[in-house]
Design a protein around this ligand. Structure first.
Ligand code: NIG
Length: 385
């Protein structure tokens, strides 16, 4: 069944030819966008929806989350707000709670967080394992993630679990654990940071993943300068995420590469780190994505609108750059921005993922920060809000 959406005051398409349109209309048919253009030239459809002079964007593409977990870390957050630094070791608290949870508890929590994000306009998700850290628990996390989320990442290299020698654990992650989890995931990620995995250990895991044909992602340069960005670019990772502490050579490497710099401003705020230098990345020609990093430790928000508002108000990104980074940029970080069923774009052939704002323009995302502005959402052509 086709749906004609009219009354669009401003339509962000992220398509180079279509650009941003005013007085626009869209036609959705089943799971696809089939027509985009000026309202006065729109074809007819089975159903009409007039959005009454509101702005329309592609649904958010949240390319970095950790949604398979149990428990919460409120006490750690409170200690941080009282002056304690964020440390990778906090992950172990969530690992214990996650191992103790049943499959049903993990699946229910995942569904709840996905529903919360969809209600705010997120229509495409990536999520990671990384709170299991045994072969059984990582396979279980990946399997549960795949029931709800289309892009699943293996993050066995999140933390060296208690009682393990680091090199033995790296051998497990890049061997038996990777083989067991591989059928359930598209991506492999490594937390390349002091307190987690060093450059050699990260390289071992990423090389093993690449040899098995899996896509690469890296958590890098989150807590200080380090080798994460350089390694991600060298190995052709689709994305290096965090990028909070970048040096000139990191920015040059990203600018000359296909690796997306995924910025996670909600995490930097929640861990009292500086915000990443988005302006320098963009001016150098790097591709930037914005994502929520929703997880119970360092960034417990599913709000992409909050990330966009922060990027505009605090990181010197324009509204257009921030909205593009949270839609097309996320899609690019997942290599999903092209072809039939592309996400993060609104053009004929793209997936029918549509976010209607309760606002006349996307600028209101930063102009009215913190105000819920989602009016309607279609996900894969289905009206979900
Ligand atoms: O992306 N950096 C590593 N992983 C998560 C944090 C996970 C946690 O603290 O539980 C992140 O910030």
């Amino acid at each position: 069944m086709s749906v004609l959406v009219t009354g669009i005051s401003e339509l962000t398409t992220n398509d180079d030819d279509l650009g941003t349109l005013s007085d626009a209309a869209l036609v959705l048919d089943d799971e696809r966008v089939v027509w985009v253009g000026p309202a006065d030239r729109a074809p007819d459809a089975d159903e009409r929806v007039d959005v009454g002079g509101r702005a329309v964007l592609p649904g958010w593409v949240d390319s970095h989350t950790h949604l398979v977990f149990a428990g919460d870390r409120t006490a750690e957050f409170a200690a941080r707000m009282a002056g304690q630094p964020y440390q990778a070791g906090g992950i172990a608290v969530t690992v214990s709670a996650t191992r103790a949870a049943s499959d049903a508890e993990l699946a229910t929590g995942l569904r709840r967080h996905v529903a919360e994000a969809v209600a705010q306009g997120t229509t495409c998700f990536e999520t990671k394992t990384g709170y299991g850290l045994t072969v059984t628990d990582e396979v279980r996390s990946a399997r549960i993630a795949g029931q709800e989320v289309e892009e699943v990442t293996f993050l066995g290299a999140h933390l060296v679990p208690q009682g393990w020698d680091a090199d033995d654990y790296v051998r497990l992650v890049s061997g038996e654990m990777l083989d067991a989890v591989a059928p359930h995931v598209r991506w492999v990620d490594v937390f390349c940071e002091s307190g987690a995995f060093d450059e050699d250990q990260s390289r071992t895991v990423l090389a093993a993943a690449k040899a098995r044909g899996l896509g690469l992602r890296v958590h890098g340069n989150q807590l200080g300068p380090g080798p994460g960005v350089r390694l991600a670019v060298e190995l052709g990772a689709a994305s290096v995420d965090h990028c909070t502490y970048l040096e000139g050579h990191d920015i040059d490497a990203l600018a000359g590469s296909e690796t997306v710099a995924t910025l996670l401003p909600a995490c930097d705020l929640s861990t009292r780190q500086p915000l990443p230098n988005a302006r320098e990345l963009l001016d150098a020609g790097a591709t930037v994505a914005l994502a929520s990093n929703c997880n119970p430790g360092s960034s417990y928000t599913s709000s992409m609108a909050f990330c966009v508002a922060t990027a505009v108000l605090q990181m010197r990104m324009s509204v257009e750059e921030a909205v593009r980074a949270a839609t097309w940029g996320g899609a690019r970080a997942l290599r999903r921005e092209r072809g039939d069923g592309a996400v993060g774009v609104l053009r004929p052939g793209a997936r029918a993922d549509v976010h209607v704002l309760n606002a006349p323009s996307a600028a209101w995302l930063a102009y009215r920060p913190g105000v819920p502005l989602t009016h309607a959402v279609w996900r894969k052509g289905e009206r979900v809000r």
